[in-house]
Design a protein around this ligand. Structure first.
Ligand SMILES: NC(=O)c1ccc[n+]([C@@H]2O[C@H](COP(=O)([O-])OP(=O)(O)OC[C@H]3O[C@@H](n4cnc5c(N)ncnc54)[C@H](OP(=O)(O)O)[C@@H]3O)[C@@H](O)[C@H]2O)c1
Length: 271
């Protein structure tokens, strides 16, 4: 199988019996994460905000490819704290548990600092950073009751390197790294204090993709894209599946000794 082909069936058992909620799971990197989770045996809940057509298309495709895995979609705006708490509760109600939360949903509203409006700034921070906080807070409560769970943040290489026209996006994505490390420390401390652990513990990690071939790059002019590719040592864009395989690895039971870490999947951009 080449890296660009999508997984269409079970390939392993690393996530058997687990339930994973992937925000922004109906398109792009999130859809690839849902598929890689299901390929490892997880039941999957996919979040989205407004594109019902894409969600329905993905549901049909997913259920055709993974008929044995449980699946649900959950609509809500992750910038809204109530929507975050509602969707986490819906997932637990529907599937009976939540083992893995992947904070993947994100947006860009690019403008140079001098042209950025207050709304451009706030919206990107609200969706890309505050959303991950609200969702993690609600999921952590449930995970602490059991003493086990996995949270994975999809940050960006832009959060590590900055990007022209992306002060809002870079700040939100860098903020996710601080959130990851703080949640990782608090979760480990609280699991130890409670003594309530099945041995798997609760881990929190971040993945920082580089430029990845999804609709998010659709607005970038070809000439600019060529310039971006020239800065990638591997010499090409990443594929969503290349990000997804790191996420399912971090989500597995066996990854319990990895927490508070940042995993770059960027073709070597930030060496
Ligand atoms: N593509 C890249 O080059 C790249 C590089 C580094 C990091 N990333 C990060 O990777 C993640 C996924 O990116 P992508 O390229 O796969 O994006 P995408 O193709 O644009 O898909 C975005 C997904 O997020 C959902 N979403 C957007 N705003 C939301 C909101 N307010 N509430 C709930 N869901 C919302 C969308 O739902 P609808 O379908 O309803 O709109 C969609 O399912 C993002 O966090 C992005 O920042 C991407």
């Amino acid at each position: 199988m080449t890296v660009t082909q999508e997984r269409t069936s079970r390939t392993g058992d690393k996530l058997s019996g687990r339930v994973a909620f992937v925000t922004g799971g109906t398109r792009g990197i999130g859809a690839a994460i849902c598929r890689s989770m299901a390929a490892q045996g997880a039941d999957v809940a996919a979040g989205y905000s407004g594109n019902d057509e894409a969600a329905e298309r993905f549901r049909k495709q997913f259920c055709g490819d993974f008929p044995d895995q449980g699946f649900s979609v959950h609509k809500g705006d992750i910038a809204n704290a109530d929507d975050c708490r509602r969707t986490i509760a819906e997932v637990i109600e529907k599937h009976g548990r939540l083992d893995v939360l992947v904070n993947n949903a994100g947006i860009t509203v690019d403008r140079t600092v001098l042209k950025m409006t207050d709304d451009d700034w706030r919206r990107v921070i609200d969706v890309n950073l505050s959303g991950a906080f609200y969702l993690s807070q609600a999921a952590l409560k449930h995970m602490l009751e059991r003493g086990s769970g996995r949270i994975v943040m999809i940050s960006s290489v832009i959060g590590e390197m900055g990007g022209i026209g992306q002060s809002n996006y870079a700040s939100a994505k860098a903020g996710l790294l601080g959130l990851t490390k703080t949640l990782a420390r608090e979760a480990a401390m609280q699991v130890q204090r409670s003594g309530k652990t099945d041995g798997l513990g609760i881990t929190v990690n971040a993945v920082t993709p580089g430029y990845t071939a999804t609709e998010m790059l659709g607005t970038v002019p070809d000439k600019v894209l060529e310039g971006l590719k020239a800065k990638i040592p591997i010499g090409r864009l990443g594929e969503p599946e290349e990000v997804a395989r790191v996420v399912h690895f971090l989500a597995a039971d066996a990854s319990g000794y990895i927490t508070g870490q940042v995993w770059g999947v960027n073709g070597g951009m930030d060496m």
